[in-house]
Write a protein that binds this ligand. Structure first.
Ligand code: AMP
Ligand code: GLY
Length: 434
């Protein structure tokens, strides 16, 4: 039943997106704008994605393969990291399906911090000095030689909780014990200890086709739940793009010293990197240091990135997947974008599901505002309900970050959702710079 990876000559693509969050809604909307997107499906989607794509439920890789065969899908785009780590892209490729996403081997750049460090060593990528350990005593001995603060990381995926910045040796020691005691299961059977980097943190993206890689924008996010960057860590409570600290020279350095060397090293090892490469970077005095790689777009970074993108996203993904990415810069709306995440009260801890959201159409109809859905569902009787932690990403464009922020909050304020909350200060750092 395999399908050939042959190019539709006029580029009329039937595309399937995998994922159900705000990132995937932004991807679906960007694809829907493309004249090359002839049919658009999403598994499993959400209450908003259902307006822009046909939502289908494909729980297993085999279901995806069968669907691609039935619907003559030309391209599958994978949003979240878990399917990459599970090898879904490889399973699809083995059936001759064209996929925009890294292989399981290439997704090691997200799945294993010690693997990423070994790539940094081999490709001379600037990053924090470190030690990587599978033995508790060796880790504790290394710790004793380090200064504070010190960063302790579970090697594998730990739902965003596997990084501890220890301010005291006691805290560092007990973190190392907890990780080797199985705090994060297999993810912490290897522990990376690294020096603390100071500077300003940004998210930087590159689009890669296995050999080439081109810049795909920058953003900054707010990971803490409450105003003033206080409270528990979350998946991200808001973003803005571009990162104000970015400039042409810095982008050149990031591409030449970090992104392209990583792509070259992966190709050299026979595990070429194809898809989006997302670098978490610390910038100090216009010099970037790599904090981590992710093998996908960020959430909620994608909401601001793709709202600004004017280059055809469908054609980009298609060419990257084929290995024929044109070496041309992206075109962006010159304006700034701000995304304010609305979450269920209680997130990132306990929150209730099924609460009703009213009046979304007012926000949706506002100029230069896009409402991206994450944890939403439309009930059989047509009500919009929240079914997740992060629920909406209210995104606005503006001539300045301040204007984009004001427009985003004006839209937020029209939404009637008593059980929801958002931060009121997204982009404060960028605005304070102006
Ligand atoms: P990671 O999961 O590696 O992105 O780490 C989560 C967060 O911890 C990052 O977004 C940074 O804010 C912080 N972090 C990680 N490593 C370091 C480091 N070496 N120095 C300072 N902050 C770090
Ligand atoms: N917003 C950070 C991430 O997607 O990993």
């Amino acid at each position: 039943m395999s399908k050939n990876i042959s190019k539709p000559s006029s580029l009329d693509l039937a595309i399937l997106v995998l994922g159900n969050g705000g990132r995937e809604h932004a991807m679906v909307k960007a694809l829907a704008r493309s004249p090359h997107c002839a049919a658009l499906f999403c598994s499993s989607g959400n209450g908003g994605i259902a307006d822009d794509a046909e939502c289908v439920i494909l729980p297993t890789a085999q279901d995806v393969i069968d669907f691609c065969d039935e619907e003559d899908i030309d391209l599958v785009i994978i949003g979240p990291e878990q399917p990459l780590v599970d090898g879904v892209s490889d399973m699809l490729r083995r059936e001759g399906i064209l996929v925009f996403a890294p292989s399981q081997a290439a997704a090691q750049l997200e799945a294993s911090k010690s693997f990423t460090k070994s790539i940094c060593d081999a490709a001379n990528i600037p990053t924090a000095s470190y030690g990587s350990f599978t033995d508790r005593d060796a880790a504790l001995a290394y710790l004793a030689t380090q200064s504070l603060p010190i960063v302790i990381k579970a090697d594998g995926l730990a739902a965003g909780k596997g990084v501890i910045i220890a301010l005291t040796m006691d805290e560092a020691t007990s973190t190392i014990h907890a990780m080797f005691d199985g705090q994060f299961g297999a993810a912490s059977s290897t522990v990376v200890i690294e020096s603390f980097l100071e500077g300003e943190e940004i998210s930087f993206f590159a689009l890669c086709d296995g050999t080439r890689c081109v810049p795909f924008g920058s953003a900054q996010d707010h990971k803490r739940a409450y105003d003033g960057d206080e409270g528990p860590n979350t998946g991200g409570m808001g973003t803005y793009a571009p990162a104000p600290i970015m400039n042409v020279e810095l982008e050149r350095i990031i591409m030449n010293e970090i992104m392209q060397p990583a792509v070259d090293e992966m190709a050299k090892r026979g595990t070429p990197y194809q898809g989006i490469l997302f670098a978490g970077l610390m910038i100090q005095h216009n010099r970037p240091m790599l904090i981590e790689f992710n093998a996908r777009l960020g959430d909620p970074e994608t909401q601001v990135l793709l709202t600004r993108l004017t280059t055809d996203f469908a054609a980009l993904c298609y060419h990257a997947a084929l290995g024929t990415l044109p070496d041309q810069p992206m075109q962006w709306d010159e304006r700034a974008a701000v995304c304010v995440v609305m979450a269920s009260k209680g997130y990132p801890n306990h929150y209730s599901k099924g609460t009703e959201i009213h009046n979304l159409e007012i926000a949706e109809s506002m100029d230069d505002v896009v409402v991206y859905h994450a944890g939403t569902e439309v009930t059989e009787d047509g009500r919009l309900i929240a079914i997740g932690g992060r629920v909406l990403g209210i995104t606005a464009l503006g001539a300045t970050v301040l204007e984009a922020q004001q427009r985003a909050y004006a839209a937020v304020d029209t939404i009637d959702w008593k059980e929801g909350f958002c931060r009121r200060d997204i982009a404060w750092r960028a605005i304070a710079r102006d």
